[in-house]
Design a protein around this ligand. Structure first.
Ligand code: FES
Length: 105
């Protein structure tokens, strides 16, 4: 079981626990505003863009697809940008804090 904290643009935070599902899926299932997940997690839409705070070393390397999609984000890409659908609770991290971008589309 992993903990995911979402920090909204206005500074409010929401924390939830998830097991074996992606950050995007956990957000959508729990009604977290600011994550869309249009393509269902196929790294084809970039509407699950997040900025990862203090990324743990256990996070997977970025795939070529993720790298390409991050060039198409609605809010500016930053050094900490990742696709939420590519980061999986339990498999990739125990605890993760992500800041949500201003917009996804
Ligand atoms: Fe589409 Fe992540 S949900 S790229």
């Amino acid at each position: 079981m992993s903990t995911i904290t979402f920090i909204h643009v206005d500074g409010t935070q929401e924390t939830l626990t998830a097991d074996g599902i992606s950050v995007m899926r956990a957000a959508v299932q729990n009604g977290i505003r600011g994550i869309v997940g249009e393509c269902g997690g196929q790294a084809m839409c970039a509407t699950c863009h997040v900025y990862v705070d203090d990324p743990p070393a256990s996070l997977p390397e970025m795939s070529e697809d993720e790298e390409e999609m991050l060039e198409c984000t609605a809010s500016p890409r930053q050094g900490a940008s990742r696709l939420g659908c590519q980061l999986r609770a339990t498999a990739h991290f125990d605890a993760l804090t992500v800041r949500l971008p201003e917009r996804q589309v």
